[in-house]
Design a protein around this ligand. Structure first.
Ligand SMILES: Cc1cc2nc3c(=O)[nH]c(=O)nc-3n(C[C@H](O)[C@H](O)[C@H](O)COP(=O)(O)O)c2cc1C
Length: 389
């Protein structure tokens, strides 16, 4: 299968899976513990349906959204994902360029494999930066200053990873320790990926280079980063980050109304309701399921966004109808870049855009500000269980 023949995001996943060793695929696709959270995130969307309104002029659907003082061409962005250079060399830049060209935001992970300076140069209006606190807070504060000096428009602070999570696929594959023989043999079956890895070596977590001991190689920087956890992040840190950061501040990983309210109180501009793509607490609820409660709690005081399990344009519309102002995708765009490089990253972005436009027309929604809970249908089983939509 070629990139051009991929008709949906799952095709990109299948193609990506063929390109990289199992170790890499499992790292991207995997969840934690029993991976119940992974299933829950996607099923939350499937339990909901959209009730179409007909006889509405939908000849020119407007999928643009105003958020943080800017109009974006689509209601979704690319979530921060770390280690991209291990999956596809140069993948970070492929994704921020795809985002820039489509006029949507790209969030660079703190464990990106490209420097924030390069992103700020190439995508000054579309590249945001994601921060997880470091044990040594002077590093976090320096990163915030760097991002501020570069003019990066938004800082996304991830709050949902207090300890390293239990990614059992990685442990079985021997990632982070001794690779198993099966893992090594499997890598031999992916010659393209292997050739690149042998030629260039492990990818560098570029944003950390300045803080690790001088002259550290990629592995030593990895070790340094590992030593910066757990971080002990508290609200006092968020207040400090707020004081240091001059522009839009977003907290990522909030799932409770009381935390959402507190975020508004300390001056956050936005929240990404998220369970980290089911990669931290396996028993966390799906973000879509808790979204209405957070919406009821904070209303317009902060911009509510969400991520986790979005695989179709219809999912994006369901999230918006459930109270989100904006949506992010993590794995799908990664798979695009892994499967087809720059063209694959752009393809993932385009697939979602086209699906959104089609479904907007199908449900009689000419612009996204018209979307609300009246478009949502409650699954009878959910109604019986009294699940709140
Ligand atoms: C491979 C991978 C790496 C990730 N790295 C980060 C990260 O460095 N920081 C972060 O806040 N979230 C990270 N996430 C979580 C994503 O930002 C996002 O919350 C999640 O992928 C959304 O779910 P989805 O993959 O179902 O779209 C990562 C996700 C994946 C799949």
């Amino acid at each position: 299968m070629k990139i051009d023949n991929c008709v949906n995001l799952d095709d990109l996943r299948v193609l990506a899976k063929r390109r990289v060793p199992k170790l890499v695929y499992d790292y991207i696709e995997g969840g934690v513990d029993d991976e119940g959270g992974l299933r829950r995130n996607e099923e939350a969307f499937r339990r909901r349906s959209l009730v179409p309104r007909y006889m509405v002029d939908v000849s020119a659907p407007d999928r643009s959204v105003a958020l943080f003082g800017r109009t974006w061409s689509s209601p979704y962005g690319i979530a921060p994902t770390g280690g991209i250079g291990y999956f596809r060399r140069g993948g970070d830049a492929m994704l921020w360029r795809a985002a820039r060209d489509a006029n949507i935001p790209f969030v660079m992970s703190i464990v990106a494999t490209a420097p924030m300076e390069e992103m700020a140069r190439e995508a000054p209006e579309h590249g945001w930066y994601q921060l997880s606190a470091a044990k040594d807070r002077s590093i976090s504060e320096d990163m915030i200053r760097r991002a501020a000096d570069l003019g990066i428009p938004a800082l996304v602070v991830t709050v949902d990873a207090p300890v390293d999570s239990n990614k059992e696929r990685n442990r079985r594959n021997g990632l982070g320790g001794r690779l198993t023989l099966a893992t090594k043999l499997d890598a031999l079956r992916r010659p393209l990926w292997l050739k690149d890895y042998i030629r260039h070596g492990p990818a560098m977590l570029e944003n950390w280079r300045a803080y690790a001991p001088a002259g550290s190689n990629a592995r030593q920087v990895d070790e340094f980063v590992a030593g910066q956890r757990p971080t002990g992040l508290t609200w006092a840190d968020i207040e400090r980050f707020r004081a240091l950061w001059p522009r839009t501040l977003v907290l990522k990983g909030v799932l409770r109304p009381d935390d959402a309210l507190r975020a508004a109180e300390v001056g956050a501009d936005g929240l990404i309701v998220s369970n980290h793509g089911a990669r931290q607490l396996d028993r966390a609820p799906s973000p879509l399921d808790v979204l209405p409660a957070l919406d009821a709690a904070v209303g317009d005081r902060v911009a509510l966004m969400m991520d986790g399990g979005v695989r179709r344009g219809a999912d994006v519309l369901i999230a918006l109808a459930s109270g989100a102002k904006f949506v992010f995708v993590g794995r799908p765009t990664l798979y695009g870049a892994v499967a087809g490089g720059a063209a694959g990253a752009a393809r993932a972005v385009d697939i979602l855009r086209d699906e959104i436009e089609k479904v907007m027309a199908q449900i009689g929604c000419p612009s996204l500000d018209r979307l609300g809970p009246e478009f949502l249908h409650r699954d009878p089983e959910d109604a019986a269980r009294n699940v709140r939509l």
